[in-house]
Design a protein around this ligand. Sequence first.
Ligand code: ZN
Length: 275
Amino acid sequence: MIPGLDIGPARPVRLRHGLATRPATTAAVRVLTGADEAALGGNGPGGEHWVTLVLATVVAELGGSRPEPDELRALSIGDRNALLLALVASTYGSLVEWVLDCPSCGERLDAAVDLVELLGDATHAPSGPRPPEGLPAFRLPTGADLEALAELAPTAPDPAEQARRLLLDRCVTAWHTVDEATLAAVETTMAAADPLADIELLLSCAACAAPVPAVLDPAAELAARLTPHRRLMTDVHALALAYGWTEPEVLALPAPRRAGYLTLVADGEAWDGDR
Ligand SMILES: [Zn+2]
């Protein structure tokens, strides 16, 4: 192994809600290694079960101790997204860029968001207006709720509405006595309380000034960045040739450091052993 190499400090993340079972509003996420990328890329990627697997891999600490998988499932969707965004930022960089077409005039728009700023803003965002009086007791949707939904075979003509009803059924008590307007108020209150659960940035078209919504899906952003197996092999090949490292040694490198060494090799900086 390379002398002195460790995987680096885990990035601290503040969670808005944490756990109901013990105080846990601080967490730390470690960076992905090549071995992590190989394992996670081979297990999906995508879906809520996959998100739990990712979090079980990288969340080094939750409220002062290493979390159980069920604790990671019990986090709100927004808290799970905060952990995913911190992981993307520390492993692949914090800038996310899109190209979008304006839905009004078709003009092409470049959009960018800094994940570290987004996380900071979300952490400090006010809790929103007071919910209306008379709402039934409810809790925020969690990873466990979305995992349960993912296992359902759609049976209704409108699967999205079926999923919405089932989610509310799991999260709202006294469901049978609640009318549609109250349910809508519950959903609005849930969204305000967990702003990173659904991340939609509102951009403005430079040509026609129309509002252009841009959805940020943290799991999709991570999946799109994972180094594919074929690329990992060529990375191992290049670093094994340049430095004499073994495959496990190369794959144990944090992904940003592997990228750094590959840049050095490409620039002809690698020590050739004979000088
Ligand atoms: Zn436009």
